[in-house]
Design a protein around this ligand. Structure first.
Ligand code: TRP
Length: 349
């Protein structure tokens, strides 16, 4: 965790930017992304996709990286990667990302982005890399040896953000150390070689982290996440299987009743109601009635999104073209930035 003072400072800047965004969207370039390790789920949707679409519609320049090289930071296979990337584009478009407005692209398709890694690595010390709390947590969770790529991936993220001169990155609190790292790299580069890169800020999301259906952290590997791409039947089955408890009376008590409370939070998120009100309404109706309510409200909320996804799924060529066009544009942007970097460093021969 970053220290409280730096968190407060980041929050203050984030709030100022949020207030300025609707008035001056043209000042901002957003960059964010996802690792293509599986389907996007409910947590991604409410945690970040809604915010990306909002920024896109405000007229901010929006960029989304499908971070394929990041997949191998802590695993030794790229199995299913092309399928995951294809499905990720489908998820984005179904949720309202408009490829006319938002550039969608991959690490591996943009050589000049990756080349920024060399000068950037010269701007950080080994101990700075070792200290990053998120890297440590991810390494422990993976049970994998700390690879050089995992150790340096915050620098790689700085390349993702800075190649397109991104200045806002929607993040959760745990990602703030990465933003700090990017700010440092940009500032050090500018100081040593000349001003090329902007100041970067995290845009902290106000939505609290959504729990998985069982109350634990939402994760595909726990089987507690509703994927956007699931059918209504698959959604119903996942909710039916989720763990509740023996108390028939439904109450909202996240501490002592994680399963029941996570179901209430899920229904509250899609209906806009308060979890406590839903609990009171169901009362002695028990977990069965609660699960039926959650299933219906989730399926109703996602119906138009899933319908759009099914339509888009029929046209694989279109999805392929969206990514090809995003990659083409990203290369243009990256080549222009790399030229500026070469110039600043005197490497023009
Ligand atoms: N690390 C992010 C994730 O795991 C994906 C990502 C890659 C990213 N590069 C980024 C996010 C740059 C923000 C900025 O989902």
């Amino acid at each position: 965790m970053p220290n409280e003072r730096s968190y407060e400072a980041a929050l203050r800047r984030s709030n100022q930017i949020q207030a300025d965004l609707p008035e001056h969207p043209e000042k901002y370039v957003m960059l964010t992304g996802d690792r293509p390790t599986g389907r996007l789920h409910f947590g991604h949707y409410f945690g970040t996709l809604v915010e990306r679409v909002r920024l896109q519609e405000l007229g901010v320049k929006t960029n989304i990286i499908i971070a394929d090289y990041q997949v191998i930071t802590d695993r030794d296979t790229t199995e299913h990667i092309a399928d995951n990337v294809h499905n990720m584009v489908l998820d984005y478009l179904a949720c309202g990302i408009d490829p006319e407005k938002t550039m969608i692209f991959n690490h591996s398709a943009v050589p000049a982005l990756n080349q920024l890694m060399l000068p950037f690595l010269s701007l950080v010390s080994e101990s700075e890399l070792q200290r990053n709390p998120t890297v440590k947590a991810e390494q422990e969770a993976s049970g994998h040896a700390l690879t050089g790529l995992l150790l340096t991936y915050p620098v790689h993220q700085a390349c993702d953000i800075l190649f397109c001169k991104g200045n806002i990155v929607p993040v959760g609190r745990d990602q703030l150390p990465h933003i700090e790292q990017t700010r440092l790299i940009a500032r050090r580069f500018n100081k040593r070689f000349g001003k090329v890169f902007p100041d970067v800020d995290g845009l902290l999301t106000s939505t609290p982290l959504l729990p998985g259906l069982d109350g634990r952290k939402m994760s595909k590997s726990y089987g507690n996440a509703i994927a956007i791409s699931m059918t209504e039947g698959e959604t119903a089955k996942l909710i039916r299987k989720s763990k509740t408890d023996g108390d028939r009376n439904i109450t909202f008590d996240p501490e002592n009743r994680p399963g029941v409370s996570a179901l209430l939070t899920t229904a509250a998120t899609v209906t806009g109601r308060a979890p406590v009100d839903i609990a009171t309404e169901i009362g002695m109706g028990g977990a069965g009635q609660l699960k039926r309510y959650v299933t219906e409200s989730v399926n109703e909320y996602f119906a138009p999104i899933r319908e759009r996804r099914r339509e888009l799924e029929k046209d694989g060529d279109y999805i392929h073209d969206v990514l090809a066009e995003g990659n083409r544009r990203a290369n243009e942007v990256a080549n222009a930035t790399l030229d500026e970097v070469r110039e600043a460093m005197g490497m023009v021969y």
